[in-house]
Design a protein around this ligand. Structure first.
Ligand SMILES: [Zn+2]
Ligand SMILES: [Zn+2]
Length: 372
């Protein structure tokens, strides 16, 4: 029988695990760098498209409106500032005038006639006050005119923006189309790198899975598969990706399940050998577990658990040496050895009489098949 290969001390096994994981991670990062560099490929330029496709008159108009609005806004601010200064000055004039008036009133109460200088000062302050008032009024009118202009400009700007928006619709569509194309190109390039690697990884995995280097190959294969999945997730619509993912897992799970079922139905030779040997020891048919009732056991009853309590008496019964076929399933269990002619176990590799060895077959020895 095949002995399992030496496994090495646990430190070495541990280090192998650590380095396998490290190798997988490094492979994954390496792939990530390559794919990242591919995706830095420049995509479509919206500003360039706009310049190329949009009516230049429209953007010039938009520019002009913008500039004019700024100008008028600045004018309004300047005039408002002037108005504020003027208001201070007017307030001052008003106060001076009131003081002078009060002074005159007091003088008149005392029957003192105001001097011509005083009268002139009062007249001047009155005039300044009135002039200021007038200028203030003019400024207010100017400001309201400017604000009217500003409203006008803003409404023009709104109309222009509406037009601009409508006119840029084809630009946006073109940009989106080019973006999708760019994405597809990137996906194609990245998969062009990944798919050959994936094929190599899968082939290596199938070729090398019995070999010494299986951890290396497995780590590499897992890194590539995860990367492929991520790239597909990034570029393909989730609706398709969902199917790709679930179909992939279905295939994997199906393969594993089939492998398990086949292992039970068609066991590997050493497993089979163990199963047959244990059945013969318990005097049970290795194929169907029916008791092998031959020789001294012919009229007894037992199961796998109770066979150790049976102590069959040895007898000189020659029937114990006859070939024997399981009456339940028809499998040859004891047969004449082709070399020495004595009876041997059909399902064990070696004849107990002459030592002739043949391999244990995976399939059952059906009586029909055995005789052919
Ligand atoms: Zn049987
Ligand atoms: Zn023999």
């Amino acid at each position: 029988m095949v002995k399992s290969p030496p496994r090495g001390p646990w430190t070495q096994r541990f280090l192998v695990h650590v380095f396998t994981i490290l190798f997988g991670l490094l492979s994954y990062w390496f792939l990530g760098f390559v794919l990242g560099d591919i995706s830095t490929w420049p995509g479509p330029d919206y500003a360039a498209l706009q310049e190329q496709m949009l009516d230049p008159v429209l953007s010039a108009e938009s520019q002009r409106l913008q500039e004019e609005t700024e100008l008028v806004k600045r004018d309004v601010e300047t005039q408002q500032a002037r108005q504020r200064i003027l208001r201070d000055s007017t307030d001052n004039a008003q106060k001076t005038m009131q003081q002078l008036l009060e002074f005159q009133r007091l003088s008149l109460q005392k029957d003192v006639k105001p001097s011509p200088e005083e009268q002139a000062a009062l007249a001047e302050s009155q005039q300044r006050f009135l002039a200021n008032q007038k200028q203030y009024q003019e400024l207010t009118e100017e400001i309201s005119r400017l604000q009217e202009q500003l409203r006008n400009l803003e409404s023009q700007q709104r109309i222009n923006q509406q037009k601009f928006h409508t006119a840029s619709e084809p630009v946006r569509q073109e940009y989106e189309r080019q973006s999708r194309q760019h994405e597809l190109k990137l996906a194609f390039l990245q998969l062009a790198v990944l798919v050959p690697l994936l094929i190599v990884a899968v082939l290596l995995f199938y070729r090398q899975r019995e070999s010494l280097y299986v951890p290396l190959v497995t780590a590499f294969a897992i890194a590539v598969v995860v990367k492929v999945m991520l790239v597909m997730h990034q570029y393909f619509p989730a609706r398709y990706f969902k199917y790709i993912l679930v179909i992939t897992f279905l295939v994997i799970v199906t393969r594993v399940l089939i492998g398990l079922l086949r292992m039970i139905r068609f066991p590997k030779p050493d497993w089979l050998h163990k199963q047959y040997r244990e059945a013969y020891e318990a005097f049970l048919c290795p194929i169907c577990d029916y008791p092998i009732r031959r020789g001294p056991l012919t009229f007894l009853y037992w199961t796998r658990r109770t066979i150790k309590k049976l102590r069959p008496q040895p007898s000189g019964d020659a029937a114990a040496e006859d070939p024997y076929t399981c009456p339940a399933c028809g499998t040859n269990l004891f047969e004449a050895c082709p070399q020495c002619g004595k009876t041997r176990h059909s399902l064990l590799p070696t004849c107990e009489s002459c030592g002739n060895t043949r391999p244990v077959e995976g399939n059952h020895h059906w009586t029909g098949a055995a005789s052919s």
